[in-house]
Design a protein around this ligand. Structure first.
Ligand SMILES: [Zn+2]
Length: 416
């Protein structure tokens, strides 16, 4: 089995966190100076590992073995959220680098090849999952033309030009060149920590369904309008949130989550009864039937709320993400590796967060591994994971990669 270099892994994770260092975390938005420097550093590391390296037209960094044989892609995204954690996507990127080096040093001659990858803008500073979407051919030039930075409004084209990527071709997936894709990530929740597990084998990535729900009441004077005749859109929105909290558990799955992330009241003044309430609501689950049950109940509760409060309603579903399953054989490879290195401390689990693997999986067999986030904290500069778990996760992924590549070799042999 390949043995990773734990010291080198930890030191490179810490080196990578110096690009945009902020408190104990990083501030490394996509195409910022620090982000581009970090990607150039990766190119050097990939080349030192004996790979051909290039940055494509949206900033994805690829390390490609100098061989015609098929390789296994391993990586994640290199940029961070604003003023956020040092691990997040960087973890999977440095795992890819370390596993590629380990294989090149010890298994390259056996034809077991790793292609490390660092995707661009999974975090959506411009376009969520831009790099992996570009790789699978799921974004056209017109969408890139239209995209702007969500915080500053800077056009994506300008950012690419400043980064030196204008006119650089975008690399497209060639399914015959890759055996599949593996991605490691911190869990970003506390399920592993709370259950005493150290490795999560991701079974699926949840589907996210999102809604705009509007209540129309009657705007009027907050001092002179009798309570009995009011149609208060704010009360309607609050009533709905409470009804959801009470009734959703009846139809939810064990991992369902739901959030009313935004409620805007109009006109939003202390002495005016709200005439309009607009609520953005989302739920997530890994099972389509559960998503459909939640949808049906939501619509029922919206109707009930309208009747109860006398407000007119509109409900529009604005996002209908399908849950996607990870490759079963790849999951087994990760689970068997976890059983060797962390017996009794691994668990299969869905991912409640979105990841590049959900974009890649329709084109390449894919799977994901999670390691614990201390306190379940992520997208914050205090995000952290124990060094022992950082090392364990990389070793488990390396073992899984070897199994997957050896199975591929056997399949090729048996096909003659
Ligand atoms: Zn991430």
């Amino acid at each position: 089995m390949p043995t990773i270099d734990a010291e080198r892994l930890l030191s490179d994770l810490r080196r990578f966190a110096q690009f945009g260092a902020y408190k104990t975390g990083v501030h490394r938005p996509t195409y910022s100076r620090e982000d581009i420097e970090s990607r150039r550093w990766l190119v050097q590391q990939y080349e030192t590992a004996g790979l051909q390296a290039h940055i494509d037209g949206v900033g994805n960094v690829f390390g490609t073995p100098r061989s015609d044989r098929r390789s296994l892609l391993i990586g994640s995204h290199a940029e961070s959220q604003n003023y956020a954690g040092w691990l997040d996507g960087a973890l999977g990127v440095i795992y890819g680098l370390e596993i590629a080096r380990t294989f090149a040093e010890t298994l390259g001659c056996a034809g077991l090849l790793i292609s490390p990858v660092a995707w661009a803008d999974e975090e959506g500073h411009y376009v969520s999952m831009l790099g992996s979407r570009s790789f699978v051919g799921d974004i056209d030039e017109a969408e890139i033309d239209r995209a702007v930075n969500v915080n500053e409004g800077l056009p994506l084209r300008d950012a690419l030009r400043t980064a030196g990527l204008a006119g650089v071709p975008r690399s497209l997936v060639e399914p015959e060149r890759h055996v599949g894709y593996l991605e490691a990530h911190i869990e970003q929740g506390d399920a592993l920590e709370a259950s005493g597990n150290r490795i999560g084998i991701v079974t699926s990535i949840v589907g996210i369904w999102q809604y705009s729900i509007i209540f129309h009441g009657i705007q009027n004077h907050a001092g002179t309008t009798r309570m009995a005749i009011r149609k208060d859109a704010g009360v309607a929105a609050a009533t709905l949130v409470l009804a959801i909290a009470k009734r959703f558990p009846e139809v939810a799955g064990p991992c369902s989550v739901w959030t009313a992330g935004r409620i805007n009241l109009e006109p939003g003044a202390p002495s005016i009864i709200p005439g309009k309430a607009e609520m953005v609501f989302q739920f997530r689950d890994s099972e389509m039937p559960v998503l459909e049950r939640l949808d049906a109940l939501l619509r029922e509760l919206v109707e009930e709320t309208a009747l109860k409060t006398g407000c007119r309603t509109e409900i529009v579903r604005t996002e209908t993400g399908k849950p996607c399953n990870m490759d079963p054989a790849f999951q087994n490879a990760i689970e068997n590796a976890a059983a060797r290195h962390a017996p009794g401390a691994h668990v299969r689990m869905p991912s409640g967060a979105g990841h590049d693997a959900q974009i890649v999986v329709p084109r390449l067999r894919s799977a994901m591994l999670f390691i614990p986030s201390i306190g379940g904290i992520s997208h914050h500069w205090t995000e952290n994971t124990d060094d022992t778990d950082l090392v364990l996760g990389c070793q488990v992924l390396a073992d899984a990669a070897e199994t997957i590549l050896r199975d591929e070799e056997e399949n090729l042999d048996s096909r003659g």
